[in-house]
Unconditional design. Structure first.
Length: 80
């Protein structure tokens, strides 16, 4: 099993690599629709049981979805 907390290097949207400390694995995530807003609530729980919820606007959801689709395509191509 991978450690639940580790350091990782990420590439920011600006393209510059940045070191992020204390990155935690996601144990559970949940998406809930909102009644009165254009978006949804994303709740994430870490391995220690700590949980945080975020409101994600529809515009941001589209952007996040596009990034995830690109990542999935790259992963599929690397796996072939």
């Amino acid at each position: 099993m991978r450690p639940s907390t580790h350091d990782t290097v990420v590439r920011s949207i600006s393209g510059r690599p940045e070191l992020r400390r204390h990155v935690t694995q996601v144990r559970e995530w949940r998406i809930e629709r909102t009644v009165d807003a254009d978006g949804f609530v994303l709740s994430i729980t870490g391995p220690d049981g700590a949980s945080q919820s975020f409101f994600v606007a529809s515009v941001d959801a589209g952007d996040i979805g596009e990034v995830l689709r690109r990542h999935a395509v790259r992963a599929d191509l690397q796996g072939q």
